[in-house]
Structures are given as structure tokens and as C-alpha cells.
Design a protein around this ligand. Structure first.
Ligand SMILES: [Fe+2]
Ligand SMILES: [Fe+2]
Length: 188
């Protein structure tokens, strides 16, 4: 691939990485679980390193690295509504998951292209980090259902149990099961 093509691909990845750093900063603010917060902080550090390494590679190839634009809103930040400072850990993780899927897709796209060995090594290294980020976010999202669903399931189970107890206690239903089946009682 000619240097201009390489620079363009590296610039495109750098813009995504800038977006990821900003989105992770917001996600970290909204993380409540200690291990999630720690993981998101490590992932942000990875993205910051990706920005530095990609920027260095672009400069070495004679290109201009993209500037961090405050206005630019990429895939990561799309999941986070502007001005919504508190979004909850789960929504923050979902936004990170959407962004990470897109980043992984972009790295996968370029992974098959023809690069010099040092650029290839850089892309492979970053891609491995992105796969690890996505795996963690997906695992955490699948691990526990949202609190409101857990509460609804709990209340539903409680309601069924209370209904069965009441059914048993009603005088007309002695000996009869909720399915309408009557138990056989032997006369004394
Ligand atoms: Fe990254
Ligand atoms: Fe990532």
C-alpha cells in the first residue's frame, strides 16, 4: 500500500481512538462498581496509548495526525446523550459496547491490508486490546440483568406465592388445588 493510503487509514483509526478516550472519560464518571471503574480506566489508558502510537506512525510517514476536535461526535459518544451527565453504569457500558464493536470492525477491516511490518505490528497490538475491551464490556452486560427487571421478577414471584397461599386459605378451596383438581379425601 502506498504511504498516502497508510496515512489515511491511520488517521481514520486515530479519530476513532480520540472519540474512545472522551467516551471512556464519561463512562468512568458513571461507573459505580469498583471493578468496572478500574477496567474502564485501564481501557482509556490503552486508547490514549493507541492515539500516541498512531500519531507517531503518521508523523514518521510524513502525514498530519488529526487534531482532537471538541465538536466531533463519533460512534462512542453517540450512545451518550449530550448534556446527560448521569446515565448509570449499564447505559455507560452499553455505549462503550457499541463503540468497541465499531472500533473492532474498523481494526478488522484494516488488519487484512498490506502494511510494512512496524505498522502491521502496531495495528495487531491495538486490535488485540480492542478485542479484550469488547469481551469485558459484553461479559459485564450479560452478567446481570438491569436492576428494574430483577425487581420486577422478584415482585412477580412474590405475587404468585402470595396468590397460592391465599387460595389455600380460602374456606371454599379446601382440598382443591389451583388447577381445579380436587383431592380425594376418605370419609372417617
Ligand atoms: Fe483503542
Ligand atoms: Fe477499545
Amino acid at each position: 500500500m502506498d504511504p498516502r493510503g497508510i496515512i489515511e487509514r491511520l488517521r481514520s483509526l486515530t479519530r476513532l481512538e480520540h472519540d474512545a478516550v472522551r467516551a471512556y472519560t464519561r463512562a468512568i464518571d458513571n461507573a459505580r462498581t469498583r471493578d468496572v471503574k478500574n477496567a474502564l480506566q485501564r481501557f482509556r489508558t490503552d486508547h490514549e496509548r493507541h492515539v500516541v502510537d498512531l500519531t507517531d506512525a503518521i508523523i514518521q510517514l510524513g502525514g498530519n495526525p488529526p487534531e482532537l476536535s471538541r465538536e466531533a461526535r463519533g460512534v462512542f459518544l453517540e450512545g451518550m446523550t449530550a448534556g446527560q451527565s448521569r446515565m448509570g453504569e449499564r447505559l455507560a457500558l452499553r455505549a462503550c459496547g457499541t463503540g468497541e464493536k465499531f472500533v473492532n470492525y474498523k481494526y478488522e477491516q484494516v488488519a487484512g491490508e498490506d502494511f510494512p511490518p512496524d505498522i502491521r505490528a502496531l495495528i495487531d497490538r491495538n486490535f488485540a486490546d480492542e478485542q479484550r475491551h469488547l469481551a469485558f464490556v459484553q461479559e459485564r452486560l450479560q452478567a446481570a440483568p438491569p436492576r428494574r427487571i430483577r425487581r420486577a421478577i422478584g415482585l412477580g414471584a412474590l405475587g404468585v406465592a402470595a396468590g397460592v397461599v391465599l387460595w389455600r386459605l380460602l374456606p371454599d378451596n379446601h382440598g382443591q388445588r389451583p388447577g381445579g383438581e380436587t383431592s380425594i379425601t376418605t370419609a372417617p
